[in-house]
Design a protein around this ligand. Sequence first.
Ligand code: ADP
Length: 752
Amino acid sequence: MEPNSKQIYSSADFVKKQLAESEHRFHALYENAAEGIYFTDPAEKKIIHANPAFARMMGYSLEELRGLSVYDFVSDAKENIDQRMHMLHVTQQATIAERKYRARDGRVLDVEVSASVIPLEGREVLVTIVHNVTERKEAEIELKSSERRFRTLFANVPLPAWVFDLETSKFLEVNDAALVLYGYTKEEFFSMRVSDLRVKEDVSQLRAALEIIQTRQFDSTEAQHRKKDGSIIDVFISWHEVSYGGKPSVLVVAQDITEAKQSKEELERAKHLAELASNAKTDFLTNMSHEIRTPMNGILGTIGLLLQTSLTEEQREYIETIRVSGDALLNILNDILDFSKIETGKAVIEEHACRLCAVIEETLELFAMQAEEKGVDLNYWIEPEVPALLLTDVVRVRQIFSNLVSNAIKFTGEGEINITVARKSETDEHIELLVSVHDTGIGIPKERINRLFKPFSQVDTSTTRKFGGTGLGLAISARSIELLGGKIWVESSIGLGSTFYFTIKAKKDTKENNHAAVEPLVQGKKYALVVDDHAEGREKLSKLIMQWGFEVDTADSIDAAMQYMAASHQYEIFVIDHGIDADSGLRLIVQIRTNPQYHVTPIIAIVSRSKHIDLPATKAAFLTLVTKPIHHQHLYDVIAQALHRQQQPAKEQASHSPSSRIQPSVLPAMKVLAVEDNLINQKLIVRILKISGIEADVADNGYAAVELEIQNHYDVIFMDVQMPEMDGYEATKRIREKIPRSQQPVIIAMTA
Ligand code: ADP
């Protein structure tokens, strides 16, 4: 019996062990499952036990869940819940259903539940397994609405669009706009492949495009498509890789650009033709004006010679008229040549050391006589922070100033013209200047202002107009300014005057100390009285004198000056620009001198160059005359000298600032060759050299020049640049090659 009983014992043991293991497994599953699981008492409808996953899902703690009524979290009517639980109890069949559960915080969760009845500890309980599908549901809803949006958009965009299968290239979807454009029905489209839209030559391109699509999600291109009626259109297409019904597909949006393309091509053709015509015109102008300048040079040169011969007054007058007209004609030719050079892009920007104040002074000097005749005062002011020396195209800068000042004088009856230069911006290497040229002239009507910088535009275009000109000056200036990295604009009011502004960029000369401080002329508080009836001139003059260390009082009339003298400071110096040649200016000088305080105080009188000044010697002592326009450095030197002289009194006479008249001089003896193909200009240069005491040889082309140089070894060669057979450049090159270094001539190029 024993072995048997032992056997029975061990089989019971085995069952027990098995049971324990199974329970253990269930427990592990129950505790760690991702799904929520809970047990309910079917009679009381309360939770007996729930697993941690369910607690997490619902936001309750395990303790809170125990005893919780199903009515509290199943989001349904009580009768429905009761009925369902009853049915389950009766049928004992497991059910799977979608339900809504309310979490502890009130959120409603979408859940899939499967419930069944199981025996537990001697009674029947309900076990429910809960799978939270809230997120999946939300995603499904979002997908549906996005799909709806896509459909609406796809159907309603005015651009043709379609979807095709990336693998088979078959159309999967087309919108109405595509049907309208291509002329196929939807059914026809669905029986076609995308390649059927392309023109034959384009199919290989399509193949390449399809390969690109596989690696890139988006692309766009231009292509040619064929419509159902056989006509060919240009389209711009963009495609996106999409998944359509689970298949890799491509969404294409097309735009018919046939017309736009045609008109663009036509426009480009027309533009090209217009440019050709315009270049031909400017080329012609360039050549013409160059050709005309050569004889003009002959005419003007010969007139110059003629004027040096003995002539009657009448002859001289006629020739003077020819000279003035010839000069004017040459100016116009220069304008045209310059303009056409800029227009055809032949203008190059050079870089030289440029002393801005010299450029401005030279420009003002050029127009000084004209300004004086009209009674127009010329002034300039350069802000101290502007470097004295710049690297820029000095020829262009001079031309811009000269154009603007020439206009300002032309259109100003009386008053002032003021140039100011300020710094606009600066880097380590560059400076941007802001220049203004202000006049008190006739002004420019608002509606004409924006045309002003276009070529051949003048405000007054009537044939009876008062002012001459080609209407090219501002156009040239504007182009030059553009080349120098700046722009030009104007502000103007009719009757009050105009201010032309421009900016240019220039390099700073880093080699030179550019901001050398000005040495003050006086120490301590010393006063100067500046008398000037022109407001801006007065301001500029006093700024200048202040810069040199003086305290400055300014008076705009003789009377104001007298009042200052009577009541104000002790003056070290008087600077008077008040029509000194007119009576009032003289009156002021006499008044100053009769004041015992000011017997020997220096007076600087700024005067016109053309007027003669007659002063008794007693009045002229310690009086220095400075001619207009004022050169700042010169005025500084004059004041310095005057102060110095006053400290070492001696008998002084009125001294005039140095005259700029050039003395005709005779050149030292030298051997000169003139190379020039134009007969008149040949004669001209020979004559001019003869007046200077030189007998020159003549060659009429480059070959002859080289030959003569080899024979004669000249000191100087005047070389025309443009010549038939061999031009001046080539001739110069050969001379430089052939002649030994020590015997090389100086070669001076001549060109019209
Ligand atoms: P022009 O050779 O005719 O002077 P510009 O191009 O230099 O050619 O000037 C064009 C026109 O602009 C002038 O004819 C004139 O009508 C107007 N203009 C230019 N500068 C001034 C100014 N400072 N004051 C008034 N009008 C001016």
